[in-house]
Design a binder for this molecule. Structure first.
Ligand code: ADP
Length: 721
């Protein structure tokens, strides 16, 4: 109390002397002076006994009430607990329902997201096959706005054909229709569809039924995959593979794929064949089964390290290479191209150039030979390019030198007229590619006209295009001059021969008349003065008449000679007939001399038969006339000879001294006296004239004592010999 200065309603029990107790509430406060010193205490006590009793009573009631409340409360609590449990249960159910709903929404969103991002067309269909939901890929594949689809019947609007047969797809054949109607899952129908925008696509169409909780079919899910691009790529890939394969198999170059083998230090030390093509087998003579999987060191030990080094670099660096090599193992020259298709591998494409090498070598040798030949020929050789500039010259003509000509054209080197003419011809050779044979006269800038004979030949480059021309010409100026002189002489000779013939004819003709008079009058002298003249006079008269007769014979022969060889020489003549006729004419002398006459088979030729009879007649009668002591044997031979026929009349008579064999063909030339052998010496001259008129030649091969063979040729019509 002193501490707090006050006490309020402090309960106290006051025990009275009688022993009862009074309950009071004691209140007191301290009384202090100005300085704070306690002066005294004010105290009061209030009796609360009754109140306490009432309170105790109340307490008792309250307690009872409390008991009641307690009981009720526990009852309530039990009910409450039940209720709370129920509420909690319901809450949980609500939460999980909410969760499920959220989950379902999520699921739906997910599904939609999946559907919309899938590159596969997806559609969800109801139990009738009507469209419930489809994704954008589905719309794209079908090409834009589709007609309303409420049932399978509406599928008729969807145009498509089966890829394999091309037959239109019927509505009930669609995978979705089968899923809905038969509960089938159909996977991968291959279909060519025509979208509603007209685009065509190849698709794989699949569908599966969707069932409700009772297992009844409630719809279907359709997946449609556009494989147009894949198919195109597949096709392209196949084509490219086929192309590669056909190239691989049909290329004439050898192809081989290898892997490089390295030693411990990573240096290439060998390689292994992985694949080769048929050309490889042909070019190397190695068989596929002997090559694949083998290494170079094992298969071609002679090749050494060169190829391994070269190819190793290609395989390891990827830098392609190209070279020509001789393979001692395969004994061939190869042109090789190597590249690396993938790391540590290399492919080699090569061709056999052995032939080209041989050809090059042959070319080199032939060029060498050509140079030797060209420099020893008297001919003028040159090459001109397409602009007709001389690029190569051997034996230049017309006083020009090689160095004058190289790089120049004819217009610089020749007179304008010649240059124009030759250039025109040369241009034609360059344009047409034809070879031109030419004989031409060219006048040099200084000096005499020269004549050349030769060719312009087109010159071809490696591709066969005309890149210039080659000329080779012979200077035939001298020959031309000689020919000219000869022709002149021949013409002259022919003319003088003609004159002579005419002359001989006229003379012999004109001489006949006075000769007849001489013979006539000597005859008259002989008859009329018979016995009136002395013997000497008669002898002179007789000489005169002999001479006149001989002269007559000579003149007749001369006439015969000048007439001979005037007939046509191109009648078909059976020489056997000719010979028969001849022998008929000679029948008497043949019989007299008992000659044996034989002959080869005889042809039909072009000649003059009457004149040919004359030739045979002269030769055979000579053979009989100049016979030896042996019985005469005459053989008429005949042989085909280039461009005509060779006839021979061989006898076993007296023969002719070689020194006279030319003379006997001349007119009136004889080797014997008339007494020894009669004759005038005109026969062989006539033979020669006739044979030469036929374009042939006549000669004799003989040796005295053994016999003679007279030979003559008759060329085929139109040819000279
Ligand atoms: P001919 O017979 O009138 O003497 P030819 O011109 O026929 O004149 O003959 C010239 C000459 O050639 C003959 O005189 C003769 O010396 C020689 N001769 C011709 N044919 C023969 C022959 N078959 N054998 C030997 N000599 C011949």
């Amino acid at each position: 109390m002193f501490r707090d200065s006050k006490v309020r309603d402090y309960p106290l029990s006051l025990r009275h002397r009688d022993g009862h107790v009074t309950s009071v509430l004691y209140n007191a406060s301290v009384y202090r002076d100005e300085k704070g010193n306690v002066q005294g205490v004010f105290a009061a006590a209030r009796d609360v006994t009754e109140r306490n009793r009432a309170e105790a009573e109340l307490e008792k009631h309250r307690h009872h009430l409390e008991e009641l409340v307690k009981e009720r409360t526990s009852q309530l609590e039990a009910a409450n607990a039940r209720l709370e449990a129920e509420i909690a249960e319901r809450r949980r159910a609500e939460v999980s329902a909410e969760l499920a709903r959220v989950e379902a929404v999520k699921e739906k969103n997910r599904l939609e997201a999946v559907m919309d991002t899938l590159p596969v067309g997806m559609a969800i269909l109801d139990a009738q096959g009507g469209n419930v939901r489809s994704n954008s890929a589905f719309e794209t594949i079908w090409g834009g706005p589709r007609p309303e689809t409420r049932s399978i019947d509406d599928y008729a609007h969807y145009k498509a054909r089966w890829s394999d047969t091309g037959r239109p797809v019927q509505p009930e054949e669609w995978a979705s229709a089968q899923a809905i109607r038969q509960g089938k899952t159909v996977v991968g129908q291959l279909v060519d569809l025509e979208g509603f925008d007209g685009t065509r696509r190849v698709v794989l169409n699949s569908a599966a039924p969707v069932r409700d909780s009772d297992g009844r079919i409630d719809g279907s899910v359709v997946a449609i995959q556009d494989i147009t691009e894949i198919r195109r790529m597949e096709r392209e890939l196949r084509q490219s593979e086929e192309r590669y394969h056909s190239l691989f198999n049909s290329m004439t170059e050898g192809f081989a794929l290898h892997e490089i083998i390295c030693d411990g230090k990573g240096e290439p030390c060998d390689y292994r064949f992985l694949d080769i093509n048929p050309a490889f087998e042909q070019l190397t003579g190695l068989k596929r089964e002997d090559v694949i999987g083998r290494t170079q060191s094992n298969l071609l030990p002679d090749e050494g390290q060169r190829w391994i080094k070269a190819f190793g670099t290609v395989a390891l660096t990827g830098v392609p290479t190209q070279f020509e090599e001789y393979s001692p193992g395969l004994k061939k020259h190869y042109e090789v191209f190597a590249y690396s298709p993938s790391p540590r591998q290399f492919a080699v494409i090569f061709k056999d150039i052995s032939e080209r090498r041989l050809a090059e070598e042959a070319l080199r040798q032939s060029e060498e030979r050509f140079k030797v030949i060209a420099s020893s020929t008297p001919d003028h050789l040159f090459i001109q390019d397409r602009e007709l500039r001389y690029t190569f010259v051997i034996n230049p003509q017309l006083g020009l030198r090689v160095e004058d000509m190289l790089g120049k054209t004819d217009h610089v080197l020749l007179a304008g007229e010649d240059a124009d003419r030759l250039t025109t011809i040369k241009k034609r050779v360059l344009e047409t590619g034809e070879t031109v044979h030419l004989e031409t006269a060219v006048t040099p800038l200084r000096g005499e006209r020269q004549v050349f004979d030769g060719f312009y030949v087109p010159r071809l480059d490696a591709e066969g295009r005309i890149d210039g021309l080659i000329g080779y010409f012979r200077n035939i100026t001298e020959r031309k001059q000689a020919e000219e002189a000869l022709r002149h002489m021949t013409d002259e000779l022919a003319r003088s021969n003609k004159d002579l013939e005419q002359y001989a004819y006229v003379i012999s003709h004109d001489l006949k008349e006075p000769l007849r008079m001489v013979t006539g009058f000597t005859g008259l002298l002989k008859e009329r003065y018979k016995g009136r003249l002395d013997a000497k006079a008669h002898e002179y008269i007789s000489h005169a008449s002999d001479a006149a007769l001989r002269m007559q014979a000579l003149i007749d022969d001369l006439l015969a000679y000048s007439r001979a060889g005037r007939g046509k020489v191109s009648e078909p003549t059976d020489v056997a007939d000719v010979l028969n006729e001849t022998l008929k004419n000679l029948a008497i002398s043949i019989a007299e001399s008992r000659a044996v006459i034989t002959h080869d088979p005889l042809p039909t030729i072009e000649s003059n038969p009457t004149e040919l009879i004359l030739v045979f007649q002269n030769l055979i009668s000579n053979a009989l006339k100049f016979r030896s002591d042996r019985g005469p044997e005459v053989h008429i031979g005949c042989r085909r000879r280039e461009g005509g026929w060779l006839f021979t009349v061989r006898d076993n008579g007296i023969g002719i001294d070689t020194q006279f064999i030319d003379r006997i063909f001349m007119i009136f030339q004889r080797l014997h006296t008339r007494e020894e052998y009669p004759g005038t010496g005109i026969g062989l001259a006539i033979c020669r004239k006739i044979v030469e008129r036929h374009g042939g030649r006549i000669w004799v091969e003989s040796s005295p004592g053994t016999g003679s063979t007279f030979c003559f040729t008759i060329p085929d019509a139109g040819k000279e010999q």
